[in-house]
Write a protein that binds this ligand. Structure first.
Ligand code: ZN
Ligand code: ZN
Length: 492
């Protein structure tokens, strides 16, 4: 569409790199998924330009100035969806202690960290009723920008980042020093959601969010056509994303230089994970959440690089990462000219706003502890004992044999099952124990399974499971040498 139809242009050629830097953000090519578009009027028609979602959240935000082919345009409008603006609003409550978000239900405490849901120290509200997923923005030509507008835009927008785990797709592990001191708590979330919310201009202290005419899609007070009934206040803009994430909770952080320590650690871990797993810089990104207590890492590449889940699998993973980190920070081969940090170690164009905080010397003793660390896996956030107790409680109260088998698995130190008596819907069947990831179903046949009728029924049920699902069926009979068969689980 538009006056220069047919001309091929890359999405970014219009944008001087310097402009991004001046506005306080950089072109993060982190989210190549579904960009957000803005319509720029030109001549009879106009052009659509598009940006990665996280970039669009600021750049195509209300009243921002977009530079295009040498002219200035102001974002004035959002596309009104067919069903109207009202139906698009989402409600959310967020925990500022860890960054977790809750859709539709508004709990008093966070479902992830149990902290009280309350505004943050900057006065950002925890509960929002009008969160508008970002739609195509519409800009208008604006040759002159008033001093007032310029002043307000200079400080940028209030953006907060939040995440939410996908149901049942969470794995936890602790990283412990050689003396048992906990260093990190790791929680991996496959296909987790990340929400970024634009809560309005930073400079605009008297109001929260944006004003929006819900009928026309025009942003702000439309002074020429006062129509108060359609004017919505406290509208927040949102972009979402689905990706694999790793949330790292920092434990035993020194109180002195806390912020600098955490910031340095953030970029050190990011850079070393990239080095160990041979990732490109744009494949793994990170952010500090919950006033620095948590680090959020995400696989920014399309489809994910599949690295974050691996960090929990081997006990020695963080020894390798520590070794890479000590090397990157010039502690293996000293570099005299690097004082706190340099572009060869931890500094990059992307983290320029944190440069003053980054100091490799702060984390050296911590990295040395990490060099001797062990990754200890947890089950769905439960310890091994807790998982064992949970499974015991889930077993069929009529079957002692089930509990005998579970006890044997526990005592031999094998991986504990994920669930007991849980329905596998595709086969309409409840095995006694299941390992979900490995798709192993265990049936424990005590004496009540001895009758011919019951045997026949069991056979049908288990054939059905084999036929309708990927599960491998493992049958343990009380009157056979089931202890020998159980050895199979040593490899799970
Ligand atoms: Zn929380
Ligand atoms: Zn350096």
């Amino acid at each position: 569409m538009g006056h220069n139809q047919g001309r091929s242009h890359s999405e970014f050629e219009f944008y001087p790199y310097r402009y991004f830097a001046a506005e306080g953000f950089l072109p993060g090519f982190n989210f190549p998924r579904l960009p957000v578009r803005a319509f720029i009027p030109a001549g009879e028609g106009g052009d659509f330009i598009s940006r990665p979602r996280t970039v669009a959240l600021r750049e195509f935000a209300p009243s921002n100035i977009v530079y295009y082919e040498g002219s200035k345009f102001m974002v004035t409008k959002t596309k009104v969806p067919v069903g109207g603006i009202e139906s698009e609003y989402q409600r959310v409550s967020v925990c500022f202690s860890c960054g977790y978000f809750h859709e539709s239900d508004f709990p008093d405490t966070c479902q992830n960290c149990n902290a009280e849901i309350k505004p943050d120290t900057y006065g950002n509200l925890a509960r929002l009723n009008r969160v508008l997923p970002m739609e195509t923005a519409i800009a208008r030509r604006r040759e002159r920008i008033t001093c007032d507008e310029e002043e307000r835009l200079k400080y940028g927008y209030k953006i907060t980042t939040h995440f939410r785990y996908d149901t049942q797709k969470q794995e936890s592990a602790n990283v412990q020093a050689a003396d048992g001191t906990p260093l990190l708590k790791l929680t991996y979330g496959a296909t987790a959601k990340i929400w970024r919310i634009n809560r309005g201009l930073k400079k605009n202290t008297e109001e929260r969010g944006f004003k929006l005419d819900a009928k026309t899609g025009l942003w702000g007070d439309n002074k020429n056509q006062p129509s108060t009934e359609n004017l919505h206040t406290e509208v927040n803009l949102m972009v979402d994303d689905t990706c694999n994430i790793l949330v790292i909770e920092l434990l035993n952080v020194p109180l002195e230089n806390r912020e600098a320590f955490i910031t340095t650690l953030q970029y050190t871990l990011e850079t070393s994970i990239q080095a160990v797993y041979k990732l490109e810089a744009d494949e793994l990104d990170s952010e500090r959440l919950g006033e620095g207590k948590y680090l959020l890492f995400w696989e920014a590449a399309e489809g994910g690089a599949g690295v974050l889940s691996q960090l929990l699998e081997q006990p020695t993973t963080f020894q390798k990462i520590a070794n890479a980190a000590l090397d990157i920070c010039h502690f293996l081969e000293p570099k005299e000219s690097c004082v706190q940090a340099c572009y060869e170690c931890l500094l990059s164009y992307r983290n320029q706003f944190d440069h003053a905080l980054i100091n490799r010397h702060l984390i050296k003793p911590w990295l040395e502890q990490l060099l001797e660390s062990q990754v200890i896996r947890q089950f769905k956030g439960l310890s091994r004992d807790e998982q064992y107790q949970k499974l015991l409680a889930q077993t069929d109260s009529n079957s002692n044999f089930e509990r005998t088998v579970l006890q044997e698995i526990y005592q031999r130190g094998y991986k504990l099952p994920d669930a007991a008596q849980e329905l596998i819907p595709e086969a309409n069947c409840k095995p006694d124990f299941i390992y979900k990831e490995q798709a192993v179903a265990i049936f424990c046949d005590g004496s009540i399974h001895d009758s011919p009728n019951q045997r026949k029924q069991d056979q049908i049920e288990r054939d059905n499971l084999r036929y309708n699902s990927d599960y491998t069926v493992l049958t343990l009979r009380h009157d056979e040498d089931w202890q020998a068969i159980l050895v199979i689980l040593a490899d799970v």
